[in-house]
Design a protein around this ligand. Structure first.
Ligand SMILES: [Zn+2]
Length: 182
């Protein structure tokens, strides 16, 4: 099956080409990432083809729907990323250099560059560890706040957990009191 995230660079002139890719829910699913309930993101790529090195300048912007890390309710978050990756075209057919996040080496016989992993890696590496409602975008007039009923329920749960711990502290307290009183 044709992979739409592949760029066939053989035969391209040495100049800048503009590509656009849809990064949708399916894109993340295929990569094995399930945290985005929905994704409508557009990636623009300026593909600067030079003789033996290509400069890939990405501009990613769109909206993903995910669970808030505080109240677990669904929220919309704007995903934005600007980054550059260099692709070095080796004069050999064997790959003897290690690729990094910024420079990717490809052997001489390669004809396509798959940009899906570059975009996926960058997005997930640079996404905040915790995303909560106040970082979200206003959606259909819904305020950017955590669900207060859920938050208070979570708070009650936390208090209950504390109470469960309490008896042990009480025993300790009692021991201490006894020790001092001896
Ligand atoms: Zn929330």
């Amino acid at each position: 099956m044709e992979n739409s995230y592949k760029i066939a660079f053989v035969g391209l002139k040495n100049k800048v080409y503009r590509f656009e890719f849809d990064i949708d829910t399916e894109f993340f699913r295929k990569m094995g990432y399930e945290d985005f309930h929905n994704a409508e993101v557009l990636a623009k790529l300026d593909f600067d083809k030079r003789e033996n090195i290509f400069e890939l300048r990405f501009e990613i912007d769109g909206i993903v729907t995910l669970e808030c890390d505080r109240c677990n309710e669904l929220m919309d978050y704007e995903l934005m990323a600007d980054f550059t990756v260099f692709v070095k075209y080796l004069s050999r057919e064997t790959l003897d250099a290690d690729s990094t996040d910024e420079i990717i080496y490809i052997p001489k016989n390669e004809t396509h560059i798959d940009v899906s992993k570059m975009m996926y890696d960058y997005i997930l590496l640079h996404k905040p560890m915790k995303i909560t409602h106040e970082m979200g975008i206003v959606n259909k007039g819904k305020p950017n706040e955590c669900d207060q009923t859920i938050l208070s329920k979570l708070k009650i749960q936390e208090e209950n957990t504390e109470e469960e711990v309490d008896p042990r502290f009480k025993v300790l307290e009692k021991l201490k009191t006894n020790l001092y009183n001896e």
